[in-house]
Design a protein around this ligand. Structure first.
Ligand code: SER
Length: 404
């Protein structure tokens, strides 16, 4: 799709990623929000998640009532990492690492005000066709009633609404701050909008507004937070690609250098290019936030990202080396995520892990070629290969499927 699409999603398709971020932040600053600096991908100690998956993680104490030094209205840009989306990588809307624009009312204005501003910004500030929007609203369950405040805003503005229960409840893990949310979807189909977000995946979620006023206790009960907050989050790359009239998040301007540079060193089909781009880019950001490859926790996620990218690269040509990975892309990524880590150090970590993985594959192939491992592998074999030869289960299984 190009910008001469007969059914454009926005009257401002030339907005770049930086342009959207600037418009967003200034819009909220004009409405009394202070811009706070985003944090690293590693949430504060005690947070139930491994990586920052949303802009609210670093703000948990303030959502729970601690006064924030910058006041009760905040806006920021936060890098986030979602491993739950890893299997969807390569589809048009998901990235492992992305930028989330966030706004917060810490016990100040309520959900309806947040939705009204959000709708005005999308339609007036960013030029989105109001007829292409759909909202979802919490329909109520045994503990919390239907979110009539959100419903009223959407009715007044003529935005169609679908009610759900689980899909409109946001929580940061099994315990902690949570609440009903109202999500805004944008129609991406070539036909006029039809159906509803849960029934047609051409409705793509762009912005979530959470009425964060409950806390879930370990026994599952809900208690009110000391203040009624609003927490909103919008994935930048996804919104920008939609505004720019693109079919996938990988076509927005952020990926221009990747489209230009990677094909110079490796010829990859589109699905492989997307996976390699997503995983190497994510690995750079994670390394720059201080993580090193390992077998548990953060390090394991990094290791999986790198090994998956290498597996795809080596599938077609085992002589490919990360030494050829353009350093310009490391610079571009660190710049995009405002990380000041030494790019040469990032490269060193990438190359170290590549060497380690290469050695492990060679050893794995040799060991698996032994007569003892010719038949199907049982649990004892997998334990033995791991404990005696240091070959992880998923590596053994992937080598085995390679043979088949
Ligand atoms: N915490 C909510 C989300 O991640 C809104 O920011 O969707």
């Amino acid at each position: 799709m190009n910008t001469r699409d007969p059914n454009p999603r926005s009257t401002r398709p030339s907005l770049t990623t930086d342009g959207v971020i600037k418009t967003f932040v200034e819009y909220y600053e004009d409405r009394g929000h202070r811009r706070i600096t985003g944090s690293t991908l590693l949430p504060p100690p005690g947070d139930p998640v491994l990586f920052t998956t949303s802009g609210m993680h670093p703000l948990t104490p303030y959502l729970e009532g601690k006064p924030h030094p910058q006041g009760r209205r905040l806006v920021n840009v936060q890098r986030c990492l979602r491993t739950t989306d890893v299997d969807e990588i390569g589809d048009p809307t998901h990235l492992t690492v992305f930028k989330m624009l966030g706004t917060w009312s810490l016990g100040d204005y309520e959900g309806p005000q947040s939705l009204a501003w959000g709708h005005d910004l999308l339609t007036e500030g960013l030029g989105v066709d109001p007829g292409l929007l759909h909202a979802t609203v919490f329909g109520g369950d045994g503990q919390v009633g239907r979110d009539t405040g959100s419903l009223r805003v959407w009715e007044e503005r003529g935005v169609p609404v679908e009610f759900t229960v689980e899909d409109n409840w946001w929580s940061n893990g099994p315990t902690g701050p949570c609440g009903p949310d109202s999500e805004i979807f944008l129609w991406t189909g070539d036909t006029p909008p039809r159906s509803t977000p849960t029934q047609d995946e051409r409705w793509v979620e762009v912005w979530n507004h959470v009425m964060m006023r409950h806390r879930r206790l370990p026994d599952g009960t809900l208690v009110p937070l000391p203040q009624r907050n609003v927490d909103t989050g919008l994935g930048v790359e996804r919104l920008v690609s939609l505004l720019q009239g693109k079919d996938s998040v990988y076509e927005c301007d952020v990926f221009d250098p990747w489209r230009r540079e990677l094909p110079r060193v490796w010829t990859l089909d589109e699905p492989s290019w997307r996976l390699v781009t997503d995983h190497l880019r994510s690995a750079v950001v994670v390394i720059a936030d201080g993580v090193r490859p390992g077998n548990t926790g953060h390090g394991y996620v990094l290791r999986r990202l790198l090994r998956r990218a290498l597996t795809v690269l080596w599938r077609d040509d085992s002589t490919r080396r990360l030494d050829d990975f353009p350093q310009e892309l490391v610079h571009h990524t660190l710049d995009h995520f405002r990380q000041s880590t030494d790019p040469d150090e990032v490269r060193r970590v990438l190359l170290d892990e590549e060497r380690r993985f290469g050695r492990l594959l060679t050893r794995g192939r040799q060991v698996l070629a032994r007569p003892r491992f010719q038949g199907p592998l049982d649990e004892d074999d997998l334990h033995y290969l791991h404990d005696t030869h240091g070959l992880p289960r998923d590596l053994v299984l992937s080598l085995r499927s390679e043979e088949g």
